[in-house]
Design a protein around this ligand. Structure first.
Ligand SMILES: NC(=O)c1ccc[n+]([C@@H]2O[C@H](COP(=O)([O-])OP(=O)(O)OC[C@H]3O[C@@H](n4cnc5c(N)ncnc54)[C@H](O)[C@@H]3O)[C@@H](O)[C@H]2O)c1
Length: 265
C-alpha cells in the first residue's frame, strides 16, 4: 500500500466546526498529512472527542471551544495558533447553520443566527486569519459553502442566501489576497451524510437519507471524508494555481437542468 501523502508537513491549520462531520474529517486528514491542527468547535465535548480520536501528540494538535460567529472567539483561535506554533498556513472556515422554515415563518432571530454562523463567520475568519498569513508571505483559506449557495431550496432561504454570500465573499477575498500569495477557495458539497442529517430529520433520518441519495446522479449521499479530500486538495500545493474557485463536490447533483431525458435512459 502506498504511504499516505504528507502535503502539510510543517504547516499550521485551523479548522472551525471541526467537532463533527466535514470539519472533523478535514482536521483528521490535515493532521494525517503532517499539519499541526487546531480543532475548533462550538461544542467542547465534540472538539475534545475529535482531537482525542485523531490521537496526534499534544504538541501537534489542540482543541478549543469557540463560536465562529463571535469576533473575539475567532481572534482567540487565530491567536492560539500563533502563540503555540508561531504561524498560520491553512484556515478552513467550515461553520454553517440553517433552520428549515418558509420565508414568512422565519423569525428575524433565526435569519440573523443563520447569517452570523454561515456567512459572518467566514468574514471573521478572513479578518483575523489573513494578517498573519500576509506577514509570513502566504497561506491558504478554504471556506465551506454548499450547492445550496448556487441554487435555492424550499424552506432554506436564509441558508441559501448566506451560502451564496460565502461563494462571492470567497471570490472577493481571492482577488484582495492574490498579490500576497494567499489563495482563497470554497467547496460546495451536495448532500453529505453527517450529524446534521440526523439533527434536521430526527426519526425520519433514514427516509431523508434515501430521498437524498435518490436525487444525486451517483445515487448516494457523499461522505465527510470525500469532502475532506477535496478541501485538502484545495489547501495543498497541488492546487497552487486555483484561487477564487467554488469547487462543486455533489455526486452530479447540479450537473443537470432538471428537465426529463429526451431519450429513454
Ligand atoms: N452535510 C451536508 O449535507 C452539507 C452540505 C453542504 C454544506 N455543508 C456545510 O458543511 C459544514 C459542516 O457541516 P456538517 O454536515 O459537517 O455538520 P455537522 O453537524 O456534522 O457538524 C457541524 C459542527 O459545527 C459545529 N458548530 C455549529 N455552530 C458552530 C459555531 N457557531 N461555531 C463553531 N462551531 C459550530 C457543531 O458543534 C458541529 O460539531 C457546514 O458549513 C454546512 O453548512 C454540509
Amino acid at each position: 500500500m502506498a504511504a499516505a501523502a504528507r502535503r502539510f508537513e510543517d504547516r499550521v491549520a485551523i479548522v472551525t466546526a471541526a467537532g463533527s462531520g466535514i470539519g472533523a474529517a478535514t482536521a483528521r486528514r490535515l493532521a494525517t498529512e503532517g499539519a499541526r491542527v487546531i480543532v475548533a468547535d462550538l461544542s467542547a465535548t465534540r472538539a475534545r472527542a475529535i482531537a482525542e480520536a485523531i490521537g496526534a501528540p499534544a504538541d501537534r494538535l489542540a482543541w478549543l471551544k469557540m463560536d465562529a460567529a463571535e469576533p473575539a472567539a475567532v481572534e482567540a483561535t487565530v491567536e492560539l495558533a500563533l502563540s503555540r506554533w508561531g504561524r498560520l498556513d491553512v484556515l478552513v472556515n467550515n461553520a454553517g447553520y440553517g433552520e428549515p422554515a418558509l420565508i414568512c415563518d422565519t423569525t428575524l432571530a433565526s435569519w440573523n443566527r443563520t447569517v452570523a454562523v454561515t456567512l459572518t463567520s467566514v468574514f471573521l475568519g478572513l479578518k483575523y486569519g489573513l494578517p498573519p498569513m500576509r506577514r509570513r508571505g502566504g497561506g491558504v483559506v478554504v471556506n465551506t459553502a454548499s450547492v445550496s449557495g448556487t441554487a435555492g431550496d424550499i424552506g432554506m432561504a436564509a441558508y441559501n442566501a448566506a451560502k451564496a454570500g460565502v461563494i462571492n465573499l470567497t471570490r472577493a477575498a481571492a482577488l484582495e489576497c492574490a498579490a500576497q500569495n494567499i489563495r482563497v477557495n470554497c467547496i460546495c458539497p451536495g448532500g453529505i451524510d453527517t450529524r446534521v442529517t440526523q439533527v434536521l430529520a430526527g426519526d425520519r433520518a433514514d427516509e431523508v437519507r434515501r430521498a437524498m441519495a435518490a436525487v444525486h446522479p451517483l445515487k448516494r449521499m457523499g461522505s465527510a471524508d470525500e469532502i475532506a479530500a477535496a478541501i485538502a486538495f484545495l489547501a495543498s500545493d497541488e492546487a497552487s494555481f486555483i484561487t477564487g474557485a467554488a469547487l462543486v463536490a455533489d455526486g452530479g447533483l447540479t450537473a443537470g437542468t432538471g428537465l426529463p431525458p429526451f431519450v429513454p435512459h
